[in-house]
Design a protein around this ligand. Structure first.
Ligand SMILES: *Cc1c(COP(=O)(O)O)cnc(C)c1O
Length: 389
């Protein structure tokens, strides 16, 4: 397990040893329920509140605006359903984009089934959302705009600041799925002007099964879980104390280590340069500049992404085709499709996502290994390499 070259950081990251260490006491002797009154419990309560401050610090928020969830998926579900339920009197129109994570897409589809109207904003060939379309689709029935901060498949960074400004002018709450950004790029909810923001621990070296929703003071939304008074009555359920402590530690470490992104970007660019000079008919997906430092999504024509992945796996290289959530499905990526990439090309997509521990040697190894794999696959392809597309 230890010898693999891991290039799937957008799917999940290895937990930092420091995070694990911070969590262990809360899995062993610190088992108190933070809602109880004796010391064992109150220590757990303090640990939760300290973690909340660390999350708030990383985002430039007030701790009272941070609510712990079971991850990015729950934070996204809550933001959208919570606002939708609270605003039903005002209107039933929601604006989002075609390239969101499934935890946004499928929530919006569910709401469509309940009678809400959803505008699915288009993106250009780089994956940037059409701001004019968003602006033009706003009506007095619009109750929420939700646009992701950076796309998990291609890494394109959306103009969230502009969209937030637009939303504010029209008095509409704005949510952003920042799961791929928190811990990678510095961000400040005040400067961004967002009302709701989702994050997830395991995407930046924290534990799985923990995340948070930032809710700006005054934003109207219904609780997600009903039950006890946990999370100020907004998210019932006994707190995941070890997970929360781990998330706090991951936030603290992210604040200290954000400059590593330049190094990661250098490696990512070297990987593209190496592959594109050795493989012909290869295309870069995503925005050339406005893109997450570690993300390299490409299409290799005339081969299947899945076949490349299996061959890479045999060489000990872990990558992905599109998003982790859709691998195994035969549908081409909804993100690449929205970007106008034809399905037969999108089927040859491959995503490498680099991280803190990625080394130059690993990048060179991938540059060495992939071209012969592509050559082999193209040679055995029933359509031949020059199949007209
Ligand atoms: C991973 C991811 C999620 C889901 O987060 P989980 O904590 O795994 O539920 C949501 N949005 C984006 C953009 C992601 O990359």
């Amino acid at each position: 397990m230890s010898d693999i070259i891991y290039m799937d950081h957008n799917a999940t990251t290895p937990m930092a040893p420091e995070v694990l260490e911070a969590m262990v006491p809360w899995l062993r002797e610190g088992y108190g329920n933070p809602s109880s009154i004796y010391r064992l419990a109150q220590e757990a309560r303090e640990a939760v509140e300290t973690a909340r401050e660390k999350v708030a610090d990383l985002l430039g928020a007030d701790p009272s605006e941070i609510y712990f969830t079971s991850g990015g998926t729950e934070a996204n579900n809550w933001a959208i359903k919570g606002v939708a339920w609270a605003a039903k009197e005002k209107g039933t129109h929601i604006i989002t984009s075609k390239i969101e994570h499934h935890s946004i897409l499928n929530v919006c589809r569910y709401l469509e089934g309940l009678g809400f109207r959803v505008t699915w904003a288009d993106v250009d060939r780089y994956g940037l959302v059409d701001i004019d379309q968003i602006s033009d689709s706003i009506t007095d029935q619009t109750i929420l705009i939700s646009i992701m901060f950076a796309n998990n498949e291609v890494g394109t960074i959306e103009p969230v600041e502009e969209i937030a400004r637009l939303a504010k002018e029209r008095g509409i709450p704005f949510h952003t799925d920042a799961v791929q950004v928190v811990g990678k790029l510095p961000l400040n909810v005040g400067e961004l002007g967002v009302d709701l923001l989702s994050l997830s621990g395991h995407k930046f070296y924290g534990p799985k099964g923990i995340g948070a929703l930032y809710i700006r003071k005054g934003t109207k939304l219904h609780p997600f879980h009903h039950g006890g008074e946990h999370e100020r009555g907004m998210r019932a359920g006994t707190e995941n104390v070890p997970g929360i402590v781990g998330l706090g530690k991951a936030c603290q470490m992210a604040q200290e280590g954000i400059e590593d992104e330049e190094r990661v970007k250098g490696l990512r660019n070297r990987l593209w340069e190496g592959l594109s000079s050795r493989i012909d008919d290869i295309l870069l997906n995503g925005h050339p500049e406005r893109r997450l430092a570690g993300t390299l999504n490409l299409c290799v024509k005339y081969v299947e992404g899945e076949s490349m992945l299996l061959n890479l796996d045999m060489e000990g290289i872990a990558a992905s085709s599109g998003s982790a959530c859709t691998s195994g499905s035969l549908e081409p990526s909804h993100v690449l499709t929205a970007m106008g990439i034809p399905p037969e090309v999108a089927h040859g997509s491959l995503r490498f996502s680099l991280g803190r521990k990625t080394t130059e040697e690993e990048v060179e190894k991938v540059i060495e290994v992939l071209p012969p794999i592509v050559e082999k696959l193209r040679a055995i392809s029933p359509f031949g390499k020059r199949r007209p597309l």
